[in-house]
Design a protein around this ligand. Structure first.
Ligand code: NAP
Length: 434
């Protein structure tokens, strides 16, 4: 019997559990730990609340979670309730699938002003992550600046731009919907330090900006390269750039009919945040591209900003004693191997890139490596040992069956047409299991 502990119940965690089950059938026991009492990581707290179809992948994880040899061990914080060393003494393999929950910072003057947020915090807030439920962003100003040209920037611009009606069927939490009702936003500037050919936005997500009820995207035609230059782009990026071209062609009169403009400001690198207590503006330097990199031109200007969300990527949270690659912001690893018996997978392994589906091959590849390393296993106590330790420490474990009750309570509390109203407080989640 092999005993595997997976830390983190998001896509990387559950695909790894699924792969372990495929590899060893009944000859494996997998415990999937999470610090929250609820599973699924970024599926619950990262994927945009108006992208419900993406969240359906959780049904696949549920199938894995409900099998005999896989169990969910919620409400346990590894590093506090139990150490990595203790887990290693109990399990043949310990897999860190902890994602990248910390915001990368820009390191710019004024970044600590009120109403300047990182995307992990802001997305966590509208998705009801308990860590960020009290963020209380002020959305009453006219100008928002979203920094970065990836899909997270798109998610945030879209959420800020939507009308209440456009959240029908979404699981955006009540506190976020209430705050959005107070929105005075007229302009959402997406600030990108490079140009159209360097955007990280995918076509489906970018195309959604053209479908919004009260908002219209705007691209300065002068920022676009000659159309022939698009030929060298890979097909996905070529489609995205084609969409930027359609945004640039939207007539002024059509844009004026909408109350919100989503303005792409490219070749624009943030230099400082200005404001008295609360942010009021972003100082920006015009850039040009040299060998693919954004280089400052010395020309600066100011973009009004009552709210700033910086969407420039994430870092994994270090765990004491686990080798960490500071520069990359993830665990130091060789194809998922960190130390004997200790592994990482997903964003904790490769950094915050790729789609949810990228984590599937990642999990399967890691299980191959674990199989090479641990052979038949059989020398560790596994979950029996963990249960004894948990009882000794009085840990209040939340099981998958408990989660199903929490899930039921969230569904029962949903607004009309919405799939759920999430609990945003850990005690409330635990209380809901009855
Ligand atoms: P991302 O795709 O890596 O984009 C980060 C953006 O931040 C880039 O435009 C980057 O510009 C910019 N940036 C980085 N450092 C900067 C700096 N110092 N100053 C100004 N700009 C800076 O990251 P993400 O948007 O956080 O997304 C993370 C992953 O999740 C991606 O793989 C994404 O596709 C995925 N995701 C997918 C979906 C979806 O499929 N619906 C939704 C959300 C997220 P440079 O290119 O110039 O560095």
């Amino acid at each position: 019997m092999r005993h595997i502990a997976i830390i983190g119940s998001g896509p990387a965690g559950y695909y790894t559990a699924e792969a372990a089950q495929k590899e060893w059938g009944d000859e494996v026991r997998v415990d999937v730990f999470d610090t929250l009492p609820v599973p699924y990581g970024l599926i619950r707290t990262g994927v945009a609340p108006d992208h419900q179809s993406i969240k359906k992948v959780a049904l696949r994880y549920e199938k894995t979670a409900l099998t005999e040899n896989v169990r969910f061990v919620g409400n346990v914080t590894v590093g506090e309730d139990i150490s990595i060393a203790e887990l290693q003494s109990l399990y043949d393999a310990v897999v860190l699938a902890t994602g990248a929950p910390q915001d990368r910072t820009l390191g710019l003057p004024g970044e600590d002003l009120a109403n300047v947020f990182g995307s992990a915090a802001f997305v966590g807030w509208y998705n009801g992550h308990p860590r960020f439920a009290d963020l209380a962003p002020d959305l009453t100003g006219k100008h928002a600046v979203v920094i970065g040209m990836g899909n997270v920037a798109l998610d945030i611009a879209r959420i800020l731009a939507k009308t209440e009606g456009e959240f029908a069927g979404a699981d955006i939490v009540a506190h976020a919907l209430d705050a959005l009702r107070t929105s005075g936003l007229e302009t959402i500037t997406i600030l990108g330090r490079r140009g159209p050919h360097q955007i990280m936005m995918t076509p489906k997500e970018l195309g959604e900006l053209a479908e919004l009820e009260r908002a219209s995207p705007h691209v300065d035609p002068d920022d676009l390269p000659e159309p022939e230059a698009d030929a060298i782009l890979e097909p996905g990026l070529r489609k995205s750039v084609a969409l930027l071209r359609t945004f640039a062609a939207i007539p002024e009169s059509e844009r004026a009919a909408k109350s919100v403009t989503i303005d792409f400001d490219m070749y624009a690198s943030p230099k400082a945040f200005r404001g008295d207590g609360q942010v009021a503006a972003v100082e920006v330097e015009r850039t040009r591209i040299e060998k693919g990199r954004a280089v400052g031109t010395g020309e600066t200007y100011v973009v009004p900003a009552d709210l700033v969300v910086s969407c420039i990527g994430y870092r994994t949270s270090p765990i004491p004693g686990v080798p960490f690659d500071e520069r990359q912001g993830r665990f130091a690893n060789e194809s998922g191997r960190i130390l004997p018996g200790l592994y990482c997978v997903g964003w904790a392994r490769r950094g915050p890139s790729g789609t949810i589906g990228t984590n599937r091959p990642d999990g399967y590849a890691l299980v191959e490596k674990i199989a090479e390393d641990i052979g038949p296993g059989g020398r560790k106590d596994g979950r029996k040992g963990f249960d004894a330790l948990a009882a000794e420490r009085g840990l209040d474990i939340v099981t998958f069956q408990d989660w199903k009750k929490i899930e039921e309570a969230e569904a029962a509390a949903a607004r009309a047409g919405a799939p759920r109203e999430k609990f945003v407080d850990i005690a409330a989640m635990i209380g809901a299991r009855g």
